[in-house]
Write a protein that binds this ligand. Structure first.
Ligand code: ZN
Length: 132
């Protein structure tokens, strides 16, 4: 597999508008807000150099971000690496015995193809692989 860069860092927040103010104060403008119904989130991406910060707000009390915040509080929820071929990357990881949350790509914000790798296989972080 070919990892190209850190695509973004995903941060779980209770209130997207409130949390956005901090990054706007740093002079970083949001690239826009998008709702991803399948994951029950609204996200806002803040471009920083070649990578981005992704703020995630739950749209439902039973969504994964709401559950994350309930357990851990607000904070870094995942790190995303960009790969050039997500299907190939997933096949390679699976063949090496890596525990995958998604064995097939799914839709991510901004039209990306994404898949998550289980923290049990990554040293404790939720890892997102992203292909754009
Ligand atoms: Zn993400």
């Amino acid at each position: 597999m070919n990892v190209l860069k850190i695509d973004h860092i995903g941060i779980a927040v209770k209130n997207l508008a409130e949390s956005s103010k901090f990054y706007e104060m740093l002079g970083i403008a949001s690239a826009g807000v998008e709702e991803v119904a399948e994951q029950k989130v609204r996200v806002s991406f803040f471009p920083v150099g070649d990578s981005e910060i992704e703020l995630l707000e739950s749209t439902s009390p039973d969504g994964p971000i709401a559950k994350y915040i309930e357990k851990n509080g607000e904070g870094i929820q995942h790190v995303a690496l960009r790969v050039d071929d997500l299907e190939a990357a997933l096949a390679e990881l699976k063949s090496r015995g890596v525990r995958l949350i998604d064995e097939k790509p799914r839709y991510g914000a901004g039209g990306a193809k994404i898949a998550f790798v289980h923290p049990k296989s990554t040293g404790g972080i939720l890892l997102e692989l992203s292909e754009r």
